[in-house]
Design a protein around this ligand. Structure first.
Ligand code: HEC
Length: 191
């Protein structure tokens, strides 16, 4: 029997970039003088607005991953861009273009309103089955799929931006550069 537990437990909260921070509790103070950790506190102006950025990954006051969109909606952080690509590779077939939903699966633009990261990750890892629907609706479990598990914060970040109305439909025109920490964590996760 193959076990999903190992991968699921390892990756449920995301390993990329500042991923360790989600697991460890996001408010572990970062040494201000350290160049290497590149963590900066920001003034958060709302529940989904960034309170911190570390290695190009933004997080809100609760330590959940969040988006950073500048230049009047045109330029997105790297994780939003990556999430857009991963969404289109793994989720679009059921949830429709730009998270808008389909006749089979619900709109994630609506579903993400107020859904925290842990809840989201739990559904994506373990799946979900609507037993009451006349048509049987099944959200597959992605716990063993590295193409999803290694990019969990990215997909959440992208959908959060869509859900908040901060990001329009289609591919974001510009994005921040890929952080070196992202590339390193990606290599380690996909191995
Ligand atoms: C094979 C089709 C399919 C694929 C692929 C799929 N989903 Fe789903 N998803 C569903 C269905 C159907 C539901 C509704 C299940 C229910 O209501 O019980 C759902 C529900 C969800 C929910 C819960 C929504 C809510 O309102 O509670 C989330 C979050 C979600 N999907 C995220 C994703 C993400 C992220 C991906 C890509 C990594 C993805 N899904 C890929 C079919 C799919």
């Amino acid at each position: 029997m193959r076990s999903a537990i190992g991968v699921a437990a390892l990756f449920a909260v995301g390993l990329l970039g500042g991923g360790a921070a989600w697991a460890a509790g996001a408010d572990a103070p970062a040494p201000a003088s350290s160049q290497a950790s590149a963590s900066t506190d920001l003034k958060s102006e709302g529940p989904t607005q960034p309170a911190k950025v570390q290695d190009g990954q933004y997080s809100d006051k609760n330590g959940d991953p969040t988006y950073h969109i500048a230049d009047g909606g045109k330029k997105v952080d790297w994780y939003t861009m990556s999430g857009y690509l991963r969404y289109n590779a793994n989720c679009i077939v059921c949830h429709g273009p730009d998270g808008m939903g389909s006749t089979y699966a619900p709109s994630l633009v609506d579903a993400l309103k107020g859904m925290d990261y842990a809840h989201f990750a739990g559904i994506v890892v373990g799946g979900k089955k609507d037993v009451n629907a006349s048509q049987e609706l099944v959200m597959p479990a992605f716990g063993e799929n590295r193409n999803v598990m290694c990019y969990m914060p990215d997909i959440y970040t992208y959908l959060r931006a869509r859900s908040d109305g901060a990001l329009g439909r289609n591919r974001p025109p510009e994005h921040e550069p890929k952080p070196a920490a992202f590339e390193k964590a990606e290599d380690a996760c996909m191995k």
